[in-house]
Design a protein around this ligand. Structure first.
Ligand code: SAH
Length: 254
């Protein structure tokens, strides 16, 4: 019997941002695996079992889900946003590569979702309208020196930068260190967007200049977009300004 594993992106939070494909994969699953707050967002279905685990247990969760699917069960592993962006899809691939042969025989489907940087970008305009990159500031799985090198490279090459995992309880200082690093390359007036809990209760959007970035506390539910030299802010009466990066690069970045 060969089972099936779907790795499903739930989007940023609002049920309307869940794709019909994701909805279908969740409805068809006999067993759901995931971080508890993500599972809690989903309606309970008769006959479906739930296997909640902690945030830091991604490898173990992926292995458990694969073992369950290898028994012939239809299993879905859920991720917030997109499962391929700093999330479960890569953990599942790692387990398939290092695990028993039975894992390679499984049908595996990755169901994409709206990732946080797209949800935040859409709230403010089009900051990702030209070349951009995404970095996780978490140094759980990579050394801080590598993060610094990538920040230097991205900012000096003129990319708009989306920062995932800006802070956590175990990492109180990294975000301000990252901002300090970016200031070496970018003008003080560079726009920076903080999107907190976007599409969820408690959503908050702040648009600042890079030299004022310390006025906002980023937390684990915040996605930060740092503009490039080309990114513009358009003031509007009584509304949030529009932040966008024009489609044509204005200059060759130094
Ligand atoms: N797979 C997820 C990202 C997981 S990493 C995705 O594609 O969105 C977790 C980080 O994502 C958080 O620290 C935060 O930076 C960001 N994030 C996730 N959901 C968010 C939301 N609704 N609003 C703002 N940021 C969010």
């Amino acid at each position: 019997m060969s089972g099936h594993l779907a790795v499903v992106g739930l989007g940023p939070g609002d049920a309307r941002a869940l794709t019909p494909e994701a909805e279908e994969a969740l409805a068809n699953a006999q067993a759901l695996y995931g971080y508890r707050p993500y599972l809690d967002r989903l309606p309970t279905r008769a006959g479906q079992t739930r296997h909640a685990s902690d945030n830091r247990e991604e490898r173990a969760r992926a292995a458990a889900a694969l073992r369950h699917a290898a028994e012939g069960v239809r299993v879905a592993v859920v991720s917030g946003g997109d499962p391929g962006v700093f999330a479960m899809a890569a953990a599942v691939c790692e387990e398939i590569e290092s695990g028993p042969e039975s894992f390679r025989a499984l049908d595996v489907t990755i169901v994409p979702g709206i990732t946080a940087m797209l949800a935040v970008a859409a709230r403010v305009g089009a900051p990702l309208g030209h070349d951009f990159c995404a970095l996780s500031l978490s140094d759980n799985l990579k050394p801080w020196e590598l993060i610094e090198r990538r920040l230097d490279a991205a900012a000096s090459a003129g990319f708009v930068i989306a920062l995932y995992n800006p802070v956590s309880r175990a990492r109180p200082w990294q975000f301000s260190a990252a901002i300090e690093r970016l200031r070496r390359h970018l003008p003080p007036s560079t726009p920076i967007v903080f999107g907190r809990a976007v599409t969820r209760p408690g959503e908050r959007i702040d648009i600042l200049r890079l030299d004022r970035a310390n006025l906002i506390e980023a937390d684990m539910a915040t996605l930060v977009i740092v503009g490039s030299r080309d990114t513009r802010v358009v003031a509007r009466p009584g509304k949030l300004p529009l932040v966008y990066t024009p489609r044509a690069a204005a200059e060759v970045s130094a």
